[in-house]
Design a binder for this molecule. Structure first.
Ligand code: CMP
Length: 150
């Protein structure tokens, strides 16, 4: 069955690599079922990353996420959560360069903080974050169109 995940193109990657990343996403067979470009307020960024509150890098992370526009995307595909995480590569681009040189973070990220893209870590988080960013967007038509048509 199809699944949805929330993907974010972070401010560092928006500056130079937005189109390339969107092409790569579509090239892997994801449907981009929602897309919103927005500059996050501190309040929204803090809420979005609430799971990381208290970590030493939290305030830097919030500063970074607010420094320019982000693209927030809902990606729909079978196994979307895991496939998008594979496509991003490990959080730390140094590790990504070793283990998955084709990944987006290996190709575009400068360091572990400025790591170009985000993706939900599981289906529950995906549902929560999609709701947080987009509200109740209903069930995308793709999820209903799997049956054979005549
Ligand atoms: P992301 O996958 O969006 O989830 C949390 C983010 O925090 C992560 O990508 C990085 O941008 C940042 N982050 C995670 N670990 C560290 C770290 N050790 N130092 C600095 N930033 C980090």
């Amino acid at each position: 069955p199809k699944q949805q995940t929330l993907a974010v193109i972070k401010p560092d990657a928006m500056e130079e690599h937005k189109e390339e990343i969107l092409e790569a996403i579509r090239g892997r067979g994801f449907s981009v079922t929602q897309l919103k470009e927005t500059e996050l307020s501190r309040e929204i960024a803090e809420e979005f990353y609430k799971e990381h509150k208290g970590k030493p890098f939290f305030s830097q992370l919030v500063d970074f996420m607010c420094r320019g526009p982000c693209a927030m995307l809902v990606l729909t595909k079978e196994n979307a959560v895991e496939e998008w995480r594979t496509m991003m590569g490990p959080t730390d681009p140094e590790k990504a360069k070793e283990t998955s040189p084709q990944s987006l973070r290996a190709r575009f990220a400068a360091d572990i903080l400025h790591n170009s893209v985000h993706g939900s870590s599981n289906e529950q988080h995906a549902r929560e974050k999609i709701y947080f960013i987009f509200g109740d967007i209903g069930t995308p038509t793709e999820l209903n169109s799997c049956k054979e048509t005549d």
